[in-house]
Design a protein around this ligand. Structure first.
Ligand code: F0G
Length: 458
């Protein structure tokens, strides 16, 4: 038996990059120059970059080695055959269509299959999924269980779909549903997992109503490990076995490989039946590339093939989920409230509760994001009224339902001592929180405000 309490990084480090170490005063200059929007910061002035877990993975020596032996042939690349074999083995799907990232897969599926007026249900659609569905005039419908919308609920599978709601929705709309979905883990809902039982029931419902079932599987391994940890009767199965069962319940999936395929770029669609394949491949050739590279270099296909195997290493997954759990518990001990329970890839701080003196129209989440940068060199992402708030026609502000700050952790990049260092520094952020002020929006772009808006401190 393992008698250690510490879950260590199950890797040693061969290539390193220096960390930017700036003074608070220097950071404040950069923050002002960036208009108090962290998307405008050059990454060299960021110490801990938690903007996203997407495409920010440290690759392994085995992945870099595979990249060197890649076959860069335009057609019939050996590297594609390797990726195809790995995806087939994992998903049980015969047809593998490579894409340059997740949203390219979404675009192909929506262009090929969805039409104006159609509806696509899921637990929660991710932003790019929703945008691609709406771009073709269809509607993205979120049917997550009510616990999934409650940041305090400690339900172990807050990503689950509400089954009675899904059944009623399918009964009413089945003529206008091109395919049904589920996202594992549920990123929009806080990186929360979906239970195997829920996926089985969802699959049954889609089947009963004659609807094709597609999984957005970009964090499938994290989801499968949560099932092993939390779902009764699953603890003795391997994560690979659980993942294979999940995929076996669907008609196909698509993946942003920038997450659980442990690469910096890549994606794919995998399908069981031939029905849509020709149409998708025709569109693929139009916008992505030939069917054996799909907008990627063959070396990227090689890295994905290796990453999809590495991610199923349970020591890696144990470490991976320990990171979010450790950080959420550390924050909570300091009195920083987070969405419960911690999800797989990120910790979400409840800024409205943490900074109750800052009203929502003065953006408490953005204020916290700026302080995390000034104090600790952390780059996090506001998911609150900067992202989702709006103004009514008479200029009144309509806030977002929640004011969250997401710290998404890159895979295999930061170590335990980095996280301890951050938690030490957070003591001061907590001690001084009453002094934090809100912000005024001084440039409000017409679309996707959070990327380019500019602020002034009040
Ligand atoms: N689906 C989910 C659940 C995602 O989280 C993402 C990306 C995508 C699809 C789109 O994939 O970026 O490769 O085009 N999520 C990133 C994030 C951007 O930061 O959460 P992509």
């Amino acid at each position: 038996m393992n008698h250690h309490r510490t879950i260590i990084e199950p890797f040693k480090i061969k290539t390193v990059e220096p960390l930017a170490m700036l003074s608070r005063a220097d950071r404040e200059v950069h923050l002002e120059r960036a208009g108090y929007n962290l998307f405008s910061l050059p990454s060299e002035v960021v110490t801990f970059d938690f903007l996203t877990d997407s495409g920010t993975t440290a690759m392994s020596a085995a992945q870099w080695a595979a990249m060197l032996v890649a076959d860069e042939s335009y057609a019939g690349s050996r590297s594609f055959a390797r990726l195809e074999a790995v995806v087939r083995q994992l998903t049980g799907c015969t047809h593998v269509i490579p894409t340059h990232q997740g949203r390219a897969a979404e675009r192909l599926l929506c262009l090929a299959l969805a039409k104006p007026g159609m509806k696509i249900p899921s637990n929660n659609h991710f932003d790019t999924t929703r945008a691609n569905i709406e771009f073709v005039g269809a509607e993205a419908v979120d049917l997550v269980i009510s616990e999934g919308r409650d940041p305090r609920s400690r339900h172990p599978f807050k990503g689950n779909i509400d089954l009675p709601k899904l059944d009623a929705f399918l009964t009413e709309n089945k003529q206008s549903i091109p395919f049904g979905m589920i996202t594992i883990t549920n990123n929009t809902g806080g990186g929360q997992p979906v239970s195997l039982e829920n996926i089985r029931e969802v699959a049954k419902l889609y089947k009963r109503h004659g609807i094709i079932f597609i999984i957005d599987c970009c964090r499938f391994a994290e989801n499968a490990y949560f099932i092993k940890l939390r779902e009764p009767g699953q603890s003795n199965r391997s994560v690979r076995d659980i993942a294979q069962e999940i995929f076996s319940l669907s008609d196909g999936c698509y993946m942003s490989a920038k997450k659980d395929a442990l690469v910096n770029i890549g994606g794919f669609i995998a399908l069981r039946s031939t029905e849509w394949v020709e149409k998708l491949r025709a569109l693929l050739i139009l916008t992505e590339g030939f069917p054996t590279y799909g907008g990627l270099a063959a070396r990227d296909l090689e890295a994905m093939a290796v990453g999809l195997e590495e991610v199923l290493d349970e020591r890696y997954l144990e470490y991976r989920l320990a990171v979010t759990r450790y950080m959420a518990e550390g924050f909570n001990k300091l009195g920083i409230p987070t969405v419960q329970p911690p999800g797989g890839h990120a910790v979400y701080i409840d800024a409205k509760e943490f900074l109750p003196h800052i009203p929502t129209h003065q953006f408490p989440g953005q204020s916290l994001v700026c302080e995390l940068y000034s104090a600790e060199g952390i780059r996090a992402c506001e998911i609150g009224s900067v992202m989702f708030g709006s103004f009514t026609s008479n200029g009144d502000f309509r806030p977002s339902a929640m004011e969250l700050v997401r710290l998404a952790f890159p895979r295999r990049v930061y170590t335990q001592s980095h996280f301890d260092y951050i938690l030490e520094g957070m003591e001061e952020v907590v001690a001084n929180k009453a002094k934090l002020k809100g912000l005024k929006l001084v440039y409000d772009p017409p679309f996707l405000r959070h990327f380019t808006a500019k602020f002034q401190p009040l």
